[in-house]
Write a protein of this length. Structure first.
Length: 351
């Protein structure tokens, strides 16, 4: 038999080796994110990303202390998506006012656009940006925890009320609602400094307990803490108002576990020449059973006009059952603002 030429044998061996390498490469599993996604595997969530899973309502991050003051961020979320970002605290005084006014709106917009904490610092506002991102991350962490709680506890949610300004400082309340009941209430902001520390330490725990026991905002003021109690109740009510309709909870008289046919609706604040007017109504069986102004012009002669006109406007709203009510003589601006806010409250009920 004729022996194969040595060169021919080398060529054949090389071809076999190349073929083997090609075969091995074709069998190598995809490991890049794009390949994983194409294969039906979800890529890992990026750090600082807004949590998914139906988170609704407002989430307030912890206050981040900076060299020029505290920064605290609040997010409004709908179905896990960030719809609004705002700084409820930011450095102020002197040049800080200018820096805050310039940087915070840009940071707010960046958060909504990025849907997370991966945002760039604003040039010239390094400290404010750093504090903002820190508080933002804490808000996202709370939202993520809330999403997990909703999945694991049949719909538990955390709702943070609007900040209520009082004579001695802001009050802001956060509640946890599960199964249509308030399971926890806490003040994330309360008056502090001097005697306020003592009053806050004494009154807030009692207000927290009262909110859980009552299941709504109809709680008694703590003796000796009139302003703190009023601010607490106002912020608590705004938190309960944020409980989405149709989640198995009702907001009757500020409640999350009341009658199914009763709900409390707070209209948007209407700005007037003498101050904001904001109306809250209780609707039962499609009828307005109660109306009240949670904000009205105050100070100087406005106090007299408000005290005279608002009770009459409240009565008129209940009697009419709608916003088609007459203005009170001598209170034209207050009446117009009242009707505007009342209509916005009724619009929320679909009527």
């Amino acid at each position: 038999m004729r022996k194969s030429h040595p060169v021919r044998r080398a060529v054949l061996a090389g071809a076999a080796t190349v073929s083997g390498i090609v075969l091995l490469l074709s069998l190598k599993p995809a490991s890049d994110p794009g390949s994983a996604q194409a294969a039906g595997q979800a890529p890992p969530a990026a750090a600082g990303q807004a949590p998914q899973g139906g988170v609704n309502g407002a989430v307030t991050g912890d206050a981040a202390q900076t060299q020029y003051g505290a920064v605290q961020v609040r997010l409004t979320m709908s179905s896990g998506k960030i719809t609004q970002a705002e700084a409820v605290q930011a450095p102020k005084g002197g040049r800080s006012d200018q820096i805050t006014a310039s940087s915070v709106p840009r940071l707010n917009q960046a958060v909504v656009a990025a849907q997370g904490a991966e945002i760039d610092a604003v040039s010239g506002a390094t400290y404010t940006s750093a504090g903002y991102k820190k508080s933002l991350q804490s808000a996202l962490d709370k939202a993520k925890a809330s999403a997990g709680a909703q999945q694991g506890s049949g719909g538990a949610q955390t709702l943070t009320g609007d900040v209520a300004q009082t004579q001695y400082g802001p009050v802001q309340v956060r509640v946890t609602v599960a199964g249509g009941k308030i399971t926890k209430a806490e003040a994330v902001q309360a008056p502090k400094g001097g005697r306020s520390d003592q009053i806050t330490a004494s009154s807030v725990p009692r207000l927290n307990q009262a909110a859980v026991a009552a299941g709504n905002a109809d709680i008694d003021a703590v003796s000796g803490a009139t302003y703190t109690s009023a601010g607490y109740k106002k912020s608590l009510q705004s938190a309960l108002d944020k409980a989405p309709a149709g989640d198995g909870s009702s907001r009757a008289a500020g409640s999350v576990g009341g009658q199914a046919a009763t709900q409390t609706l707070t209209g948007k604040a209407a700005q007037t020449q003498y101050g904001p007017v904001q109306v809250r109504v209780t609707v039962t069986g499609g009828k307005v059973t109660k109306a009240e102004a949670v904000q009205a012009p105050e100070g100087g002669r406005s106090d007299q006009i408000t005290s005279s006109s608002v009770p009459r406007l409240n009565q008129a709203a209940v009697a009419a059952g709608n916003a088609q009510i007459d203005a009170v003589s001598g209170a034209t601006y207050t009446s117009a603002g009242y009707k505007q806010s009342l209509q916005s409250a009724l619009d929320q009920a679909g009527g």
